[in-house]
Design a protein around this ligand. Structure first.
Ligand code: DQA
Length: 148
């Protein structure tokens, strides 16, 4: 079985982007830590990143079909700034009927007010915020079966 890790806009810049907020890990580091977490839990990990909202929607729809077919356990989603703007991603998660764990590297609640609202949280299975890139591993843990 598989877990899909989706990163949204600007997360390709991890490592050099606002290190005080997001630390020094690159997106490649995040991918490596997710793959290691998957391996330890006996699940395959697929990581994708896009700056394009529509592509994230397409991937969520695809994830819904794979979840219905029984080949996908769920999605770890850091939607970046689309978290705070995208009714379309909210609707896609609802429509695709796929378990989603929402992840944010930074503690969005300790930052600007416009980051306090999430369109994803009401349709997420769970939310991990402010624990750095370790949040991805915790999210994989939440989706992976205890006895693979
Ligand atoms: C983020 C938080 C968002 O507010 C921001 O727009 C991001 C990254 C995080 O991982 O902390 O791009 O999702």
């Amino acid at each position: 079985k598989k877990i899909l890790v989706l990163n949204g806009p600007n997360l390709n810049l991890l490592g050099t982007r606002e290190p005080a907020q997001y630390g020094h890990h690159t997106l490649a580091d995040v991918q490596a830590l997710c793959e290691a977490a998957g391996q330890a839990r006996g699940v395959a990990i697929e990581c994708r990143q896009s700056n394009h909202e529509g592509l994230l929607l397409d991937w969520l729809h695809e994830a819904g079909r794979e979840a219905a077919a029984g080949t996908l356990l769920g999605v770890v989603l850091n939607a970046g700034a689309y978290t705070h703007t995208s009714v379309a991603i909210h609707d896609a998660i609802k429509g695709a009927n796929v378990p989603v764990i929402e992840v944010h590297i930074s503690n969005v609640h300790a930052r600007e007010a416009f980051r306090h609202h999430s369109y994803i949280s009401p349709v997420a299975r769970g939310i991990i915020v402010g624990l750095g890139v370790r949040g991805y591993e915790l999210a994989i843990d939440a989706l992976a079966p205890l006895n693979p």
